[in-house]
Design a protein around this ligand. Structure first.
Ligand SMILES: N[C@@H](CC(=O)c1ccccc1NC=O)C(=O)O
Length: 293
């Protein structure tokens, strides 16, 4: 079947896959600058508020490290939210990605954020494997946990979606993921090949297909995992189409999935606001976790 994105010219496709072009708050450079600043400041707040264990290795490479934000109280029996940062698989790191921990910690929830090798150092196969390995590592570290939940933004939502179809036998753990919140993600990598985003990634069609969540829905087991797919009002039509399409595929497979359209947000503040307790997606994550305790 010919896909709708394939009818777009290169210029329009690149516009659709440039999230900063669609913000109604600020111009292109300013929205990205503000995004990094907001997340950095939020991460500083979390680090000041939490017991932290920073730079814990989850693999042999220097960059395979994770940060843990730990609640007070009983040492290990907490639910764990794993956050996977975005940045088009080529920007950002865990250093500015702990901003959602501050409002979750008082509810007894631990947060784990990992680094993965962004492009051009890392490639797609490696990033997918690293995110999965970091989750296996946190499970080994806290076998008494009260449930593991995943949240990812943009490219991070893609990496979380790829984690949902992992064969955990390969990673030596049984990972019973209880929930996943996918925010403004990319679930089909094929159009990305034809944009500037692939300059650093250098993905082949084969790699893009193998690492596309829409191609892996059949491998997902309809277990206990609740999936939420969230998209911003001011995400581009292509981003919204991707979320809607992935949502429909999961639903058709009998998975427990819901779709949330976050009014008044764009690709960037849809996730930045997780630093605020009263924000709709923070409340959604809290409810998802508290309902299953
Ligand atoms: N060229 C992209 C850049 C971008 O998406 C981005 C850049 C820096 C940090 C995060 C980014 N994207 C979101 O997760 C854009 O137009 O927004």
């Amino acid at each position: 079947m010919e896909e709708s994105w394939s009818k777009l010219g290169k210029e329009e496709l690149e516009h659709q896959y440039s999230p900063s072009h669609w913000s109604h708050r600020m111009d292109r450079d300013a929205v990205i600058e503000a995004h990094v600043r907001e997340m950095t400041e939020g991460t500083e707040v979390s680090r000041a508020a939490a017991r932290t264990a920073l730079d814990i290795p989850y693999g042999d490479s220097d960059s395979e490290r994770m940060d843990l934000y730990l609640p007070d109280g009983e040492p290990t029996k907490f639910p764990i939210l794993v956050y996977v940062h975005g940045g088009y698989w080529q920007f950002l790191s865990k250093e500015e990605s702990g901003f959602m921990a501050a409002p979750l910690l008082p509810h007894g929830i631990a947060v784990m954020v990992m680094d993965y090798d962004i492009a051009p150092k890392g490639n797609m196969d490696l990033m997918v494997a690293q995110v999965r390995r970091s989750i296996a590592a946190v499970l080994r570290l806290y076998p008494q946990n009260a449930g593991v939940y995943l949240c990812g933004h943009s490219a991070g939502a893609h990496l979380v979606a790829m984690t949902l179809c992992a064969d955990w036998m390969e990673y030596g753990v049984t990972a019973d993921i209880k929930g996943a919140v996918l925010v403004s993600g990319v679930y089909d990598l094929q159009p990305i090949i034809h944009t500037y985003v692939n300059d650093a990634l250098q993905m082949s069609l084969e790699v893009a297909l193998k690492n596309s969540p829409v191609q892996c829905v059949g491998q997902m087991k309809p277990g206990n995992c609740r999936v939420v797919i969230a998209v911003a009002e001011h995400d581009s039509p292509e981003f919204r189409r991707q979320s809607q399409h992935y949502f429909q595929s999961l639903k058709a497979s009998g998975l427990s999935v819901s779709y949330v359209h976050v009014d008044g947000t764009d690709h960037f503040d849809i996730i930045e606001k997780l630093s605020q307790e009263e924000y709709v997606l923070t409340q959604l994550i809290l409810k998802m976790i508290m309902d299953q305790l």
